[in-house]
Design a protein around this ligand. Structure first.
Ligand code: ADP
Ligand code: GN1
Ligand code: MG
Length: 365
């Protein structure tokens, strides 16, 4: 995006100063993100919302504005700095924290840029995962008394793994991109894990697993760290904050951060679950959540990592078979590479469930 184009969008927001610099920012798979600097030294984060993924951007922004205000009040009440401890939305000229360009149907939003922060794509130093887990555990606790019924479901059935499996079988049956015959082995491998799809979904439905307000996209790079101290500052990417299960957040974080390699590494010999990182995350998460976890949730922590990894393998494959409409791609076979990687990780996690249970037991109190 050119600076001139950014200026056209930013004139619809209550920002301070005239934009003088614009650069792409971050490695998200969904939205388009830019860092902006203005002539009075202010910095902002400008994002084009992906409307293929988020069908109702105004509802999305209502959720985010309300959740971040709620968090800001809690942080402020404890004497913290809410401009660094949570995202801060910037008002737009329609009063909805979001600008709709009617000519090209783009939706844009602006946050304050958190200066001096960094997002990590891997646990490059010991302690990063403990800190990440504490941050997600704390985020969960801060939202414990958030009125869940006021939240819009920004992506219906986002982590309904049974429905994700059905969507995968539908994509196989339709074969719109003509790719099914070339990926039979992967399809059969995915089918062999179908047993796991209902474990969390059924528990939520019959009430044996509590429904909580959860983040639902707990990748390590959705936390900003202080670049000097390595302490976590702020949980970001709040698009999918919705009612869900704590197991979604725990499992997804393990899926991403305890993989020995990145989630789209094509070299499968590098893909496995690192038990040392699993342990670091478990210890931090249980410290952050401070006892606010039930016995059944505790018991299912290892399976949740398997389920969230498997679910994402299904989602990547579904998108590949549908002709790559959902996730941003860096090259044509990217979704297939991601599927194979997540499938291999699912297999490895399944072989380590007992060891993961033993580790979890060490930190239960
Ligand atoms: P996506 O939904 O595409 O993943 P994110 O909201 O996670 O988009 O943003 C992408 C990246 O932009 C983050 O990983 C982080 O590096 C950076 N980022 C996002 N929000 C901020 C912010 N308020 N301040 C500084 N950096 C940010
Ligand atoms: C997307 O937005 P980002 O890059 O943090 C996706 C997650 C996937 C992840 C896989 C709204 O997350 O569900 O787990 O890619 N977000 C959405 O990298 O679908
Ligand atoms: Mg993100």
């Amino acid at each position: 995006m050119e600076l001139l184009e950014a200026r056209q969008v930013l004139k619809h927001f209550e920002i301070s100063g005239e934009p003088i610099a614009c650069n792409p920012c971050g490695d998200g798979n969904i939205n388009h993100t830019y860092w902006i600097k203005t002539d009075d030294g202010s910095e902002y984060l400008l994002q084009k919302v992906n409307t293929y993924v988020f069908k109702k951007p105004y509802e999305l922004m209502e959720n985010i504005h309300n959740v971040t205000n709620f968090l800001a009040q809690k942080i402020d009440a404890k004497g913290g700095d809410y401009e660094r401890g949570t995202l801060n939305t910037v008002q737009s000229d329609n009063g909805k924290y979001c600008y709709h360009n009617h000519d090209n149907h783009e939706f844009w939003r602006v946050y304050l840029f958190i200066v001096g922060s960094v997002a990590h794509n891997s646990a490059s130093r010991p302690g990063i995962l403990f800190e990440a887990a504490r941050a997600f555990g704390k985020f969960q606790r801060q939202l414990e008394d958030y009125p869940a019924e006021t939240l819009h479901e920004t992506i219906p059935n986002f982590h309904h793994t049974v429905k994700r499996y059905e969507a995968f079988e539908e994509a196989v049956a339709k074969d719109v991109a003509g790719r099914v015959s070339s990926v039979q082995a992967e399809i059969e491998a995915l089918r062999s894990f179908a047993f796991y799809t209902s474990l969390i979904v059924d528990g939520l439905a019959d009430g044996t697993i509590p429904t909580r307000v959860t983040h639902n996209d707990t990748k390590l790079n959705n936390i900003l760290f202080d670049e000097k101290t390595d302490k976590s500052l702020c949980v970001i990417d709040l698009d999918t904050v919705m009612p869900g299960s704590l197991l979604y957040d725990f499992g997804d974080a393990i899926r991403f951060a305890a993989n020995n390699t990145i989630e789209d590494d094509p070299d499968l010999s590098r893909v496995w679950l690192r038990l040392d990182l699993y342990e670091e995350y478990v210890s931090g998460f249980l410290a952050g959540i401070k006892g606010a976890i039930t016995e059944k949730e505790l018991a299912l922590l290892p399976e949740s990592a398997l389920i969230m990894t498997y679910e994402l393998a299904l989602r990547f494959m579904t998108d590949y078979l549908d002709g790559d409409k959902y996730f941003k791609l860096l090259y044509p076979e990217h979704n297939l590479v991601r599927t194979r990687n997540q499938l291999r990780l699912t297999e490895d996690i399944e072989s380590k469930l007992e060891e993961m249970r033993a580790i979890t037991a060490k930190y239960e109190k």
